[in-house]
Ligand binder design. Structure first.
Ligand code: ZN
Length: 109
């Protein structure tokens, strides 16, 4: 039998209701993205699409390379600006977040 990992033996920091209110639904269901703005950079070689989560306010910026010669737009990556309070200290497992969210729902919060 394997011994529990050191991480499991350490006490988890408490999750505050404020932390849950900001991010628990988005961590469980994923963000609810809505288009915000589009930005075409000078020289026309790069395009950015800005999306915002309607639940938590996190912003996702998708970057695309524009290839006029081949008439393509290739996604190069995404970066995020997380809403204040989104991050939860200690890296809480999703199953724990869901359980705490259920507790809030039962309390009517
Ligand atoms: Zn969100």
């Amino acid at each position: 039998m394997r011994a529990p990992s050191l991480r499991r033996q350490q006490a988890q920091p408490p999750i505050t209701e404020d932390e849950l209110a900001v991010s628990a639904m988005c961590r469980d269901l994923r963000h609810a993205w809505q288009h915000d703005t589009d930005v075409i950079h000078p020289f026309g070689s790069k395009f950015e699409r800005h999306l915002i989560c309607v639940r938590c306010g996190t912003v996702r910026i998708d970057s695309f390379a524009i290839d006029h010669r081949h008439a393509t737009l290739t996604r190069q990556g995404s970066r995020y600006r997380y809403a204040p309070g989104y991050h939860i200290r200690g890296g809480v497992p999703l199953s724990t977040l869901r359980y705490r969210l259920l507790n809030l729902i039962q309390k009517g919060i």
